[in-house]
Ligand binder design. Structure first.
Ligand code: I3P
Length: 109
């Protein structure tokens, strides 16, 4: 599955709150492949190598949990992703349908 996702980092590894200056929203082209959610700067190209920056932004979603971000109301269609290393991301999808689809696909892994 792929599509546009806008990300906000809410907690870093070990669950510590992401410090100010790194809490902004950033738009990515997201690609879910196997157990990894790639958050890429540019649109997915099947044959291109993944850049170092894109690798850094990749999120391991094994044992992660995606839920609707019911406690976040500033933006619509936002899901909350908790990873196995206690990071928390808010991910905004372009529509309600896309948000539900990402939640479903992430939790299937
Ligand atoms: C953050 C940025 C986010 C904002 C966040 C700020 O600043 O303005 O958009 O979240 O507020 O800290 P920075 O880019 O300097 O990290 P919202 O859009 O949700 O308000 P927060 O600290 O209350 O999460």
């Amino acid at each position: 599955k792929h599509g546009v996702l806008t990300r906000k980092s809410h907690a870093d590894m070990d669950g510590k709150r992401t410090p100010r200056g790194r809490r902004g929203w950033k738009k990515f082209y997201a690609v879910l492949k196997g157990m990894i959610l790639y958050l890429q700067k540019d649109e997915y190209k099947p044959d291109a190598d993944i850049s170092e920056v894109d690798l850094k932004n990749a999120v391991r979603i094994h044992h992660a949990l995606a839920t609707r971000a019911t406690d976040y109301s500033k933006r619509a269609n936002v899901l909350k992703l908790k990873t196995s290393d206690w990071r928390v991301f808010l991910l905004q999808a372009p529509s309600e349908e896309e948000m539900m689809s990402w939640i479903f696909r992430i939790n299937l892994v």
